[in-house]
Structures are given as C-alpha cells and as structure tokens.
Design a protein around this ligand. Structure first.
Ligand code: UDP
Ligand code: MG
Length: 312
C-alpha cells in the first residue's frame, strides 16, 4: 500500500452541524500547510442533527483526506475516539474536539514535540473558557487524580493531544470497556510532554456534558486507575470497628459499675446513622468497581458501526 497518511486526526462528532464546516476549513488550512500526508477520521457518535449530511458533503469534497465512521446511536465521546483509534493508519495520531474549543492551529506545536521524540503530547487548556462550575469540577478531579493515582499530568480533560502510533495500538489492544483515554495514554507513555494550548468558548451548540455525565466520567477515571477508595474504606472500617469496640467495653463497664442506662438514645441514633451511611458509601464504592468488572466480563461491543465512508 502506498499513500498511507503520516498523521491521523481523530474527531468525535455529536450534534456539531454548526461547527463542522468551519472546523474542517480551519483544520485543512493548517494541515495542508504542514505538508505531510494526513487523514481526518470523523466518528459520528449518533448525532441527531444534520451532522451526517454535512460529513457526507465534506467527504464528497475531500475524499482524499476524510474518512467517516458513523455509529448506530450515541455511545459517548471516549467510545467514539476509541473507534477512531481502531481505524487510524498514520504513524502519529492527533485527537481534537469538533467544537473549536481547542484551536486546530495548535496541532503543529504538538507535532513538533512528537518529532523531537516524545510519544505522548498532552495539551493543557491555558486560559480555559468554560462555565465556572465546569472548571471547578475539573480542578477538583485533577487534584483527586494526582492524589490517588500515579498519573502525573497537568490537564486530563484536554482532548487536543498527539500520540505515537504504538501508544494507540496499545490502547486498542487493552480494549478497556470504559476507557479514559488521556490518563491511559499518560500511563503507557515512556516519554510524555505537555504544552499549553488555546481554549475558547464553544463556537456553536452546547456542551454535551451535564453534571451526571461528568460524575460518571470521573468515576471511570477513579475505578480505572486506582484502588485507593477501597483501601481508604478498609482503613475507615478498621478505625470504626476499633472505636465501636472500645464503646462496647465502656458500656459494659458502665453497666456493671453504675447500672443500666436509659438516656442517650439519640446519641446512639446519631452514631448509628453515621455508621450506616459510612456502610452505604462503602457499598457504593464497591459497586463502582463491581460494575466496572461486570462491564468488562460481559464483552458487549463498545459501539456498533452503521456505515463507513472512505475512498475505496
Ligand atoms: N461528543 C461525542 N459524543 C458525546 C458527547 C460529545 O462524540 O456523547 C464529542 C463532541 O462532539 C465534541 C467532543 O466530544 O467534539 C467534546 O464534547 P463537548 O464539547 O460537549 O464537551 P466539553 O468540551 O463540554 O467537555
Ligand atoms: Mg467542548
């Protein structure tokens, strides 16, 4: 096979009819100037708007660079990127969101670091332009990740990133049922680098993440990379059992020395409620891990492809 692209750019698309044409124009302007063979793999993650029609139109214009993987329905941003990874042909892979929040013009900066020998280059959203609550959640999530995993990176939520192909092949091989791509690539990397990239407000449309999706997404990060919550829980459990044992000894002694007590019922309730809620929390944490294992053992496909548009 000749004419293989050197760079594969993977872009997940969910209801991006407004941003797609501008984004593609800006991307091709940058990449045509970069003058290395490239391909753009759009993964249409079950968009409900006109995105597929627009993608087909773009494909008709530039069948030399575009490939479109269309999902049967909406599976989520990370499964969409995974599908893109399964179709890449280039030696270097770049991921980019479709909404123009990260400028395609920054791609050459990432590629320069790849050329200088790094196998993973992560973007850091300098000057992030998102709603305050989103930034607060990210900040918290990045702090928790730093504390409970060994993964050292500045901004695990930034999708403007570049990878050497071997890293992508490894991610595809691992075939995680709930992948958290940025953290996984950082863990696999032998020589990562980071660089500040631009960040703007969404060019059009609205963010696809609500608070529930964000919480789910962060649980994937925690259960995928750390056993610390379970261990903390064991330690809390040990502490509580020790303390309650002392309380029991005290009550027995009190009963023998002073006699039976009748007061203090509400104190007892308070202690009980506390312990019951700690137990519930623990069950929830265990449930997160069990759910993750369940997803792995079911071996259901992570996504179903409806159609692929590519030059034959
Ligand atoms: N996306 C996707 N499937 C989804 C949600 C989002 O493919 O279910 C894509 C979306 O089209 C965009 C990228 O993932 O290209 C990031 O999504 P979004 O901008 O909504 O997230 P945010 O920037 O708010 O984190
Ligand atoms: Mg966005």
């Amino acid at each position: 096979m000749t004419n293989l692209p050197y760079i594969s750019i993977v872009i997940p698309v969910y209801n991006e009819e407004k941003t797609l044409p501008i984004m593609f124009a800006r991307l091709t302007a940058v990449m045509d100037k970069y003058a290395k063979p490239y391909e753009v793999i759009f993964v249409n993650d079950g968009s409900r708007d006109n995105s597929q029609v627009i993608l087909a139109g773009l494909f008709a214009q530039r069948p030399d660079v575009i490939r479109v993987v269309q999902f049967m329905r909406n599976y989520g941003q990370h499964p969409a990127i995974m599908a893109g990874f399964e179709h890449v042909r280039g030696d270097v892979v770049v991921t980019l969101d479709c909404d123009l929040q990260n400028p395609p013009e920054d791609i050459p900066k990432l590629l320069a670091l790849i050329e200088s020998g790094h196998d993973v280059v992560g973007g850091r959203r300098a000057n992030r332009q998102d709603l305050a609550w989103r930034k607060a959640v990210s900040k918290f999530s990045n702090i928790v990740r730093k504390k409970i995993t060994n993964i050292d990176m500045g901004d695990h939520g930034c999708m403007l990133r570049a990878y050497k192909r071997n890293i992508i092949d490894q991610i595809v091989k691992i075939g995680d049922a709930s992948p958290f791509i940025t953290a996984l690539s950082q863990e696999l990397s032998g020589n990562p680098a980071e660089i500040d990239v631009g960040h703007e407000e969404r060019a059009a449309g609205v963010s696809n993440y609500n608070l529930y999706k964000l919480i789910r997404y962060n649980f994937d990060l925690v259960t995928g990379f750390s056993l610390v919550p379970l261990q903390v829980f064991t330690i809390v459990g040990m502490f509580c059992s020790g303390a309650s044992f002392l309380l029991v000894l005290y009550m027995i002694a009190r009963r023998i020395i002073i006699g039976p007590e009748v007061d203090g019922v509400f104190t007892l309730f308070a202690i009980l409620f506390f312990l019951v809620s700690v137990t519930m929390l623990g069950l929830g944490i265990i449930g997160e891990y069990v759910g993750r294992i369940y997803k792995e053992v079911r071996h259901r496909p992570r996504y179903m492809v409806k159609e692929i548009l590519e030059k034959k």
